[in-house]
Write a protein that binds this ligand. Structure first.
Ligand code: ADP
Length: 373
């Protein structure tokens, strides 16, 4: 995709811990995908890349042992193969944490990258991935504009009572506050609802993003006003491998008992949630298919926490008009949606919607708008 001739294209990169999703659209037409796909199991012997031209079946290429840099190179090669001669003019990146400073998409110059690197301690398991994607893309497409799109940005207007922990005020001023994540997903859902003519401005909506990572976000009048995720991506719902809400006293206890910091991080981010509760799997499909009592317990925990958090957000908004389910579980697991719906039925929620979240599309739109500015 580095040829000097041919059409100009936008590339969206959504780099996760072991996955990468991408989408390519023509410059000036970010709504029409030319190519999209995803790499999974990056860092393992089973890594692969799937690429699809709209309207045809995805093609899978094995990438054994590929790291993120190799996966991005494979995306570039797939683009060259399918769109030979096209020139990448802008690369949009999903960056999980924008801190207090980045509340809309920005061109990633050296100063911006330095500022985002300084946020790594706030999101140690997520921020480095996105920034690595930026470095790889800079090397591959040196003439393209690099643009950062932030998951925290959707939540930047949360009122202080939602954003502040009840710690001494200086902690809030130092950035120890609730940020909220899954913001690109929320933006995408808001855009979809608006396109359908849904009166977002006049509604109190909970967006339930239920995937491996899970969060619920209160969107009041189209603005993110509260979220189940907080300072980090750990808080809130029971997730695939993350704890969600936990009494901080447990952490003090474990530290006092001699838990080392890397072990604690590993426990909270990778060994808990559905995986830890079931002892079987972090994957909802596996648990729903299992007859083990521990699988049923894990699913019950997942549902209970989702119900509780949705009720809390209804309280924040003074009522609830709709819940939008998205993410792998939200979109596909009807039985989980039904159980959550039963749990919140007493609230009298009039609308339960299921929508696809299109984060790469959000990134393409941001890349288009930011390069045009
Ligand atoms: P990520 O947060 O990594 O992007 P996804 O949004 O792809 O994850 O969601 C992954 C989750 O969705 C897994 O728990 C998976 O089991 C679940 N899932 C996907 N399809 C189904 C299905 N048909 N029924 C139940 N769960 C599903």
């Amino acid at each position: 995709m580095r040829g000097a001739t041919g059409r100009e294209v936008l590339l969206a990169l959504n780099v996760g811990s072991s996955s990468l999703k991408f989408a390519i659209a023509a410059e000036g037409a970010p709504d029409t995908l030319l190519l999209s796909g995803n790499a999974e199991r990056i860092g393992s012997g089973a890594a692969f890349l799937k690429v699809a031209v709209p309207g045809s079946a995805a093609r899978k290429t094995e990438l054994p042992g590929a790291d993120h840099a190799r996966a991005v190179r494979a995306v570039a090669e797939a683009g060259e193969g399918a769109l030979g001669g096209a020139r990448v003019v802008a690369v949009g990146h999903r960056i999980v944490h924008g801190g207090v400073g980045f509340t809309e998409p920005v061109r990633l110059d050296a100063d911006a990258i330095r500022a985002l690197e300084a946020l790594i301690p706030l999101a140690p398991l997520h921020q480095p991935m996105g920034l690595q994607g930026v470095r790889v893309a800079q090397a591959l497409f040196p003439r393209a504009v690099q643009i950062g799109c932030f998951d925290t940005a959707f939540h930047a207007d949360q009122p202080w009572v939602q954003a502040a922990f009840a710690l001494p005020r200086a902690f809030y001023d130092a950035g120890i506050r609730r940020y909220g994540f899954h913001g690109l997903s929320c933006q995408s859902i808001r855009r979809t609802l608006l396109a359908e003519g849904y009166p977002v401005e006049a509604r109190r909506v909970v967006i339930a993003h239920l995937g491996n990572g899970c969060s619920v976000t209160a969107m009041h009048g189209g603005v993110g006003v509260a979220s189940s995720m907080g300072f980090s991506t750990l808080d809130g719902l029971t997730m695939g491998t993350r704890t969600g809400r936990i009494d901080p006293g447990v952490l003090i206890h474990l530290l006092r008992e001699g838990y080392a910091m890397p072990d604690l991080e590993d426990l909270l981010y990778r060994k808990s949630g559905l995986l830890g509760l079931s002892g079987l799997s972090n994957d909802m499909r596996d648990l729903l298919a299992s007859e083990a009592p521990a699988a049923a317990d894990a699913v019950a925990h997942f549902v209970a926490r989702a119900v509780e958090e949705i009720c809390r957000l209804a309280g924040v908004m003074g009522g609830l008009d709709a819940v939008v389910f998205c993410g792998g579980i939200g979109e596909n697991a009807g039985v989980i949606r039904d159980r959550i719906a039963d749990g919140i039925a007493f609230l009298g929620v009039p609308e339960l919607l299921v929508r696809e979240t299109r984060e790469e599309h959000e990134i393409l739109l941001a890349a288009q708008e930011t390069t045009a500015r």
